[in-house]
Write a protein that binds this ligand. Structure first.
Ligand code: URA
Length: 433
């Protein structure tokens, strides 16, 4: 059968800064998924979008066209309301691990379809897979069952959800076309809308360790995603949060699971606890629950109970010893004073080079590798005191990881005033200018 459009014509419209009409968008997204539009044609179009952008209408239509290439899950038969959270990715961002069981312990179901890490940001599934026995792959039926029984599921997104995005994201990854607000927004929101969640809270990271280094770009990304959610009747709210320094004191798969369990036990680093609670409050509000304080559920152990059931329901042993890397190397403070900067990107790249992340999507990750932080910006430090401990399976990993940390921190003289950046910078919701 003859195709209704021609790929070169569609590419030329965007190349020449024109707007694609609805029929062109529907066709190109569908034809790419069917293999009729070739990878080299889609990469040319993606690059034209990176350079020339998309109008609000185009992003909405592009998102809808990606959703239409696959299935849509339906949670309407569940007895609980559903709310999901998505983070645009950061260093030490283990928030999903305490957050999903915490929100579920307040009576709301959390379907969290997650990904694996690529580059310097870790993936939630890689972290959970460091728990002996835990498995990420669930059928749609198993997922619904776990949601009803336990209330929280973190699992791999099935191949049936927005297959256009799966194919396009892999292409963007190798053609320098990830960094585009319309492409990122449509990629994230097509998966979340197809997943069928009733409400969504976005954690849009800003700073050196994030996709969006500048506040203005993060704000635009957040606004675009919030509007896409509203168009599809998914109540969507975004928090812009700081990613100039790692979250918490642990970066790496098993290291982060250990820290998440500390938070669920009522302890853990202050920033991780605060961000978990801020996102939990937004998720509960978006699901219409306004009479519960999630902090109580961390204190009284109910979030921990859901965590244990959530891990066991997917084959994991919540009591198992987590893997520990066999070798460590310490980076010490060169002088005494106040730590005023500890760069998120540098720590993320170091953890990645230690084996916690992967360079290609088929690479394995090390469960034990990563970086443990012994001080955070604002802390007083003494010369010679350990600042970071590097963990790896093989000592050959240390030199390149140490290179990544070159210039990653500043120590200023004692009494230098230090004002921490706000953890939650801004809230973006539909209809709020
Ligand atoms: N995460 C996604 O799912 N898609 C993007 O384009 C970027 C980050």
């Amino acid at each position: 059968m003859a195709e209704e459009h021609d790929a070169v014509e569609v590419i030329a419209v965007k190349r020449d800064r024109g707007e694609l009409d609805d029929a062109q968008i529907d066709w190109v997204v569908d034809a790419y998924t069917r293999g009729v539009v070739a990878d080299e044609q889609m990469s040319a179009l993606a690059m034209a979008v990176v350079l020339n952008g998309m109008s609000r209408r185009e992003v909405g239509r592009w998102t809808a066209a990606m959703i239409a290439t696959g299935e849509r899950l339906d949670f309407s038969g569940l007895s609980r309301r559903t709310v999901d959270k998505h983070s645009t990715g950061g260093v030490g961002d283990k928030i999903t691990l305490p957050l999903a069981p915490l929100v579920a312990s307040c009576g709301v179901a959390v379907p969290q379809l997650s990904g694996r890490g690529l580059g310097h940001t870790g993936g939630t599934l890689d972290k959970l897979e460091s728990i002996p026995g835990w498995r990420a792959e669930l059928s749609n039926e198993e997922m619904l069952h776990r949601l009803e029984e336990v209330g929280a599921v973190v699992c791999a997104a099935g191949a049936g959800l927005a297959p256009a995005d799966r194919k396009l994201y892999a292409l963007r990854d190798v053609t320098g076309t990830v960094e585009s607000i319309p492409l990122i927004a449509s990629s994230i929101m097509s998966k979340k809308i197809a997943e069928g969640t009733g409400a969504l809270v976005l954690d849009v990271k800003v700073g050196s360790g994030a996709f969006m280094k500048r506040l203005d770009d993060a704000r635009e990304l957040a606004r675009t995603m919030v509007e896409l959610g509203a168009d599809s009747d998914v109540t969507t709210v975004a928090l812009l949060t700081d990613m100039s320094t790692p979250l918490g004191l642990a970066v790496g798969n098993a290291l982060e699971v250990r820290e998440a369990v500390e938070v669920l036990a009522g302890g853990g680093p202050d920033d991780v606890v605060r961000l978990t609670l801020a996102l939990a409050r937004e998720m509960l509000a978006a699901a219409g629950v306004d009479d519960l304080d999630p902090a109580d559920r961390l204190r009284d152990g109910s979030a921990m109970n859901v965590w244990r059931r959530m891990v066991s329901a997917q084959g994991g042993d919540p009591d198992a010893e987590l893997p520990v890397a066999p070798v460590t190397h310490t980076a010490a403070a060169g002088s005494s004073g106040v730590l005023t900067r500890l760069d998120a990107l540098a720590v993320g790249v170091a953890a990645w080079r230690l084996g916690a992340g992967r360079a290609r999507k088929e690479d394995p990750v090390s469960a034990g590798a990563g970086v443990a932080l012994h001080a955070k910006p604002g802390d007083a430090v003494r010369a010679g005191q350990p600042l970071l401990t590097l963990h790896a399976d093989d000592p050959g990993r240390f030199p390149r990881a140490m290179q990544a940390l070159d210039g990653a921190f500043d120590i200023e003289p004692e009494n230098t005033p230090y004002t921490p950046p706000p953890l939650v910078i801004e809230r973006v919701a539909a209809g709020v200018p």
